[in-house]
Design a protein around this ligand. Structure first.
Ligand code: FES
Length: 238
């Protein structure tokens, strides 16, 4: 058993919940007061072992993918809990474990196999940059018939050997790289809500009009110019 269902269930729970950050990074808590190393909060409308919402930590990687969990046992309160770590790098996971681990109360369980998790949630160097749609020397190439991409839908196509994701946002067409900067998920197979596409693999979200991550604007996907002529959607690629 690889636990894939466990992680994808957690992803779905997070994706369908509102995240409330009630203890932002740097705020202090307890006696003596300890500063929270990262944003900390809970999933509204969920229930954890203490009867409150499920706790979440928000790392620098952006998105809502659960990259690890910290399990804690508090014998004095007779309480066992699971903390979800979203978009946390390996170093952030360790810092969060250390935060919870006074008295050896916590263990860290990282998603995936060792070697694949040196920096969970962080895209490969350079891949998160956002080449904008302007300034490209490419040419417009037919991608799809406009009628085949109704409002609110997205699709993946190949344009001059590039995998491109196309989106119809209320009648306006947009195009981006089909490859999610998290771990390469096919964005054209994702879910489009308004102008935001959710990657089908781990639920990272991007504004398709800008390419930027909705969680961490420093991350994003490449976007391409689009125009419609004679009922055809044309995409400008290099
Ligand atoms: S969110 Fe992980 S691959 Fe897209």
């Amino acid at each position: 058993m690889d636990g894939g269902g466990f992680w994808s269930n957690l992803d779905a729970l997070v994706a369908s919940s509102r995240i409330v950050v009630d203890r932002p990074r740097g705020s202090r808590h307890g006696h003596p007061a300890v500063a929270y190393p990262y944003d900390y909060g809970y999933l509204a409308g969920t229930i954890s072992g203490d009867g409150e919402g499920v706790d979440v930590w928000i790392g620098s990687g952006g998105g809502t993918a659960v990259t690890a969990v910290v399990c804690t046992v508090d014998r004095s309160k007779r309480d066992v809990e699971l903390k979800l770590l979203l978009g946390c790098s390996a170093a952030e996971c360790e810092a969060i474990l250390a935060f919870h681990n006074s008295g050896d109360r916590g263990v860290l369980v990282v998603r995936d196999r060792p070697g694949a998790v040196t920096a969970p949630g962080v895209p490969p160097a350079g891949s998160g940059r956002i080449p904008g749609p302007g300034g490209s020397m490419g040419e417009f190439v037919r991608a799809i018939a406009a009628a085949d991409l109704p409002p609110g839908s997205c699709a993946e196509v190949r344009v001059k050997d590039k995998a491109v994701a196309l989106y119809n946002v209320g009648g306006a067409f947009y195009a981006s790289s089909n490859t999610c900067v998290h771990r390469g998920g096919p964005l054209g197979q994702g879910m489009l809500e308004g102008a935001v596409v959710m990657c089908p693999w781990h639920a990272w979200t991007f504004d398709v009009t800008t390419g930027r991550s909705t969680v961490n604007p420093e991350l994003g996907i490449a976007t391409f110019e689009v125009k419609v002529e004679a009922g055809q959607v044309l995409v400008k690629v290099d």
